[in-house]
Design a protein around this ligand. Structure first.
Ligand SMILES: Cc1ncc(COP(=O)(O)O)c(C=O)c1O
Length: 387
């Protein structure tokens, strides 16, 4: 772990940003939705981008072996996963990669499994591919001191047996913040093998795993996993470069790789040149910066626990094992049918509405804590003020 400290930009600076997070609300609303971070981007990435802009090196994305090689290095160092870099493909973003894979493996009307609550764009991608959504929700019936979110294995198995074509998995999980265990993943792989289901594993949050936690890439689990799964990931969350537009799609099995050759060739060059090389740099060279970010986020995830205990003790919050999203159960605050709307209108603080992740979660909000301790404290104070 590096001993450098990484501080978020201050509010005045952030309010000049052009991204969705900072343009989506009136200026007096403190915005903590949208999974972007408020930290300065890694120096190595900024230097690369400046150099490319200075040389007007802004054409289309062509061959980029650096992408697979950069990810291979990162995956080996962080997770002990040996990636065949020749099976790493570029895509515009994770959403495009998932929809394109769905277009290869399904036809409109086929069924796809998800477990809600889950990243809200899973729903939009499934609509885009015109698939029939089968939802087996997580249930909050587990140990609150460990992972309270329990899989309904029987219903998952029933769904596999019912003829679903694809299972779209969010690993690690947004918004629940947990990391799938090796055992859980192996269970899914065994089911997928038995019922001929494709698993698409969205691992975009994986680089942001906290010290002491173990992330398991699904494709590191051996030949059965490689024969049923593909991984979609990006540097866009870990290094905060979503606006640069590049993600990667990974297979590790010859047959799967052949099937993926049916993907539209445009998927590659619809990623951006800047994004492709920034992504390669992130994975290959910006590990120390990532560790600094994780250290700050680690502080923040515990700060939220302390602040809530002090100011809003009835709000339920389970410290995430990964990434910077806090899933808050605010039902006890009686904030109406959509707490996120009340919090914007009355308290001038914005979070993602829980119902976007799963309709049963209307009394939750998602708070993005990839920011300064001051902004987090102000956000919680703004909620507490009306209590
Ligand atoms: C699980 C998950 N997948 C994908 C994305 C978005 O990725 P992209 O912008 O590359 O489509 C996000 C963004 O927050 C996410 O949380």
């Amino acid at each position: 772990m590096s001993e450098h400290q990484l501080s978020a930009h201050n509010l005045a600076e952030l309010q000049t940003h052009r991204s969705e997070k900072w343009r989506g609300f009136p200026q007096d609303v403190l915005p903590l939705p949208v999974a972007e971070m408020d930290f300065p981007v890694a120096e190595s990435i900024r230097a690369l981008l400046s150099e490319m802009v200075a040389h007007s090196d802004l054409g289309y994305l062509g061959p980029i072996p650096e992408l697979g090689l950069g990810f291979k290095k990162f995956a080996a160092e962080r997770w002990g996963w040996q990636v065949d870099e020749k099976q790493v493909r570029a895509a515009t973003d994770v959403g495009v990669a998932v929809v394109e894979v769905l277009r290869v493996f399904t036809k409109p009307g086929d069924s796809i499994l998800i477990s809600s609550p889950v990243y809200h764009n899973f729903y939009t991608w499934i609509n885009e591919a015109q698939l029939n959504l089968v939802d087996v929700p997580f249930e909050r019936i587990g140990d609150e001191s460990a992972n309270p979110w329990i899989f309904n294995w029987q219903s998952i198995e029933n769904a596999y047996a019912s003829g679903i074509k694809v299972h779209l998995v969010c690993s690690p999980h947004n918004p629940l913040g947990f990391i799938y265990t090796k055992q859980d993943l192996l269970k899914l792989v065994a089911l997928a093998k038995k019922h001929n289901v494709l698993i698409i594993s969205d691992e975009i949050h994986a680089p942001l795993t906290y010290p002491g936690e173990t992330f398991v890439p699904i494709l590191s689990l051996g030949s059965d996993a490689e024969s049923v799964a593909v991984c979609v990931t990006a540097a866009s969350k870990g290094w905060n470069i979503a606006g640069l537009k590049c993600a990667i799609l990974i297979s590790q099995d010859a047959e799967m790789n052949t099937k993926l050759s049916k993907l539209a060739p445009a998927m590659h060059y619809r990623a951006s040149l800047l994004g492709g090389f920034a992504t390669a740099t992130a994975f290959a060279e910006a590990g120390e910066w990532l560790d600094d970010v994780i250290a700050q986020l680690d502080h923040n995830r515990h700060l939220i626990k302390t602040l809530l205990a002090e100011k809003l003790p009835t709000v339920r919050y389970h410290i995430p094992q990964n990434s910077y999203l806090a899933w808050l159960d605010v039902e006890s605050l009686n904030l109406g049918v959509d707490p996120s709307v009340t919090l914007i209108e009355k308290n001038r603080v914005a979070f993602n509405p829980g119902h976007a992740f799963g309709k049963q979660c209307d009394q939750y909000v998602r708070l993005n804590f990839a920011t300064s301790p001051e902004i987090i404290t102000e956000a919680i104070d703004r909620i507490a003020r009306s209590q």
